[in-house]
Ligand binder design. Structure first.
Ligand code: UDP
Length: 236
């Protein structure tokens, strides 16, 4: 399978068309951004780590019956994925208060939440990905009620699977972001990535941060943290 033209360049990935029908090629970059692109930098080796981590997690989710866009890894940084229309609703799942939730609601970071919190955001950089509810998403035509029910069901199942999986590797899954896509026949599948760029991972004993917050908050050690997640998941 070969890349053909560049279809889209995002903050952390390039998406290419391919010579295979219905398949795109995603190429992960070392570029890191935060605060909707205001802060820019690079994390050495991030592209290859996120490619492997995300593919490993998605393969594991497939064994639990979650359909994903992953077809096959092609190189260190590139993966073949099903071509989908991305549903422009980011789904955030939270187990422990952190980040924007702590800021907005005044809940101390690290406080356990009494139930899983599910949030939707309208995927729109110009508007800074505003939080919306289900009726906004339906009213704006971003997704149907049926699609949102499927997406919410998957998000909660993914959370249950991932919490247990990461805990086995000494990692607490604080929160994470998911994106879903529609295949040409309308089937909803998990798309985008699941990696230290899109999740908050804390060491389950020391609560040390092992994710992009090290970059966002200028803490240093982002490369080491991303490598540590890879090492724990792959046993390397
Ligand atoms: N997140 C993401 N992309 C976004 C916004 C959030 O991957 O555009 C992830 C983020 O890494 C964290 C979770 O979603 O794991 C919740 O993020 P939050 O709303 O706290 O926003 P942040 O503090 O990242 O601005």
């Amino acid at each position: 399978m070969k890349k053909t033209e560049l279809m889209y360049e995002g903050k952390a990935k390039r998406v290419y068309a391919s010579d295979a029908d219905g398949i795109c090629i995603v190429d992960y970059k070392d570029d890191a951004t935060a605060f909707n692109g205001l802060k820019k930098g690079t994390i050495a080796g991030k592209g290859a780590i996120n490619n492997r981590v995300s593919n490993h997690i998605m393969a594991m989710l497939e064994t639990h019956g979650i359909p994903t866009h992953v077809v096959e890894q092609l190189s260190d940084t590139a993966t073949a994925v099903y071509r989908v229309e991305i549903v422009p609703v980011e789904v955030i799942v939270r187990n422990i208060a952190a980040g924007s939730l702590s800021k907005k609601l005044g809940i101390p970071e690290g406080q356990a939440l009494k139930c899983t919190v599910l949030e939707f955001c309208y995927k729109n950089d110009a508007l800074d990905d505003p939080m919306i509810n289900e009726t906004h998403a339906i009213a704006m035509g971003l997704a149907t009620k049926e699609e949102l029910d499927i997406i919410s069901g998957y998000a909660l199942r993914i959370n249950d699977i991932l919490r247990a999986f990461f805990l086995e590797h000494g990692i607490e899954l604080v929160d994470f972001k998911l994106e879903f896509g529609r295949k040409p026949d309308g089937t909803i599948i998990l798309a985008d990535e699941i990696s230290p760029d899109t999740c908050r991972f804390w060491d389950s004993v020391t609560h040390e941060k092992l994710d992009k917050d090290r970059f966002r908050r200028d803490m240093g050690g982002a490369e080491d943290a991303y490598n540590e997640v890879l090492r724990r998941l792959m046993g390397e």
